[in-house]
Design a protein around this ligand. Structure first.
Ligand code: ADP
Ligand code: MG
Length: 315
């Protein structure tokens, strides 16, 4: 006999859920617990200075763009001022945040190659207050080659970003978080992002082969740290596309936690149809389906990131 699980709310009403053992029921229970945790922290404290993250993993399809967009949306929802820098010529982050980025639209290319002020290029996300975007159009694909012959080719984003951040702070509009979305390669665009950032956020897909290539990524980050950006650190690992029902996901999560320790956020983002549908409506999952498990887990991951900043203040 098959029967649908009771709606999630009824678990909350019962108060005690300890004796529920079926997979669907325990998923529902986890969802209610996650919703409770998220509701308990509507706002985050502002960090003492702007925190700049590069969202990196040279593998494609591991959730870099999804993580950039939804962590940015979650931080903004929690009262933070956030800038997303789209550094992938495909412009998927720009699409998901409803920022026009057709060929010829000024954006990251002009900032990197022409040295245009970010002030002229950054656009507000129409759906989420406090969230702004430096868009990427397909023109950025050419930058990878054009940068090679330019002066200070690795530090151009850093320079543009730093002067924009100072401008914003001087205008009384300090940006709390910058998230840079990278293409799936380790070319000059990604190097510019690694030089401009202080923290690396690595999304890791809970799939077979997930750990393959991570050693290379860590070595490349070490190289950038020793030659170009001594302040760069891997601060945050986020497990994505987690499927609680498979041993594979749990196994990958265990291995990642054994390697990276407490840099791995406690919250893992589940594999969720709502997360993958949202970009086709030019939305983050937070605006597309705010009460979905995908939305709640990104909100909770953002809270963990924000509270790591509070912890750092004390150190
Ligand atoms: P990357 O930027 O690393 O190439 P994306 O963020 O574009 O990866 O994600 C790759 C694909 O996986 C996209 O189609 C995206 O919608 C989907 N995806 C990402 N995260 C999830 C998730 N948690 N559940 C389901 N689909 C996801
Ligand atoms: Mg991407």
């Amino acid at each position: 006999m098959t029967s649908n699980p009771p709606p999630a709310a009824s678990f909350a009403d019962q108060g005690s859920t300890g004796d529920i053992t079926t997979p669907l029921a325990s998923e529902a229970r986890d969802h209610v617990e996650l919703a409770r945790r998220v509701e308990s922290t509507p706002e985050l404290e502002h960090p003492t200075g702007t925190r700049t993250f590069v969202v990196a993993n040279q593998k494609g399809g591991v959730g870099k763009t999804t993580t950039t967009v939804n962590i940015a949306a979650a931080l903004a929802t929690k009262g933070q001022r956030v800038l997303v820098v789209d550094l992938d010529p495909q412009g998927n982050a720009s699409t998901a945040l409803a920022i026009p980025h057709s060929e010829g639209t000024p954006g990251a290319y002009e900032a990197l190659v022409d040295g245009t002020d970010l002030d002229e290029l950054v656009r507000p996300c129409p759906d989420i207050a406090g969230l702004t975007v430096l868009p990427a159009s397909i023109d950025l694909a050419g930058a990878e080659i054009e940068l090679v012959s330019l002066v200070a080719r690795e530090t151009r984003l850093d320079k543009a970003l730093q002067s924009y951040l100072v401008e914003c702070a001087d205008a009384g509009d300090r940006i709390d978080y910058v998230l840079i979305d990278c293409p799936p390669s380790l070319g000059l665009l990604t190097i510019n992002a690694l030089v401009a950032a202080r923290e690396v956020l690595i999304p890791i897909q809970c799939e077979y082969y997930a750990l393959e290539g991570l050693g290379q990524l860590v070595r490349n980050i070490d190289l950038v740290r020793s030659h170009l950006n001594p302040r760069l650190e891997i601060s945050t690992i986020l497990l994505t596309m987690y499927d609680a029902r498979t041993r594979l996901s749990a196994g990958v999560a265990d291995e990642v936690r054994a390697y990276f320790g407490d840099k791995v956020l406690k919250t893992a983002v589940p594999r969720s149809v709502r997360i993958s549908e949202a970009p086709s409506y030019q939305q983050s999952v937070l605006t597309y389906d705010p009460s979905s498990s995908g939305s709640l887990s990104y909100l909770e991951a953002a809270r963990e990131i924000g509270q790591a900043a509070e912890h750092r203040k004390e150190v």
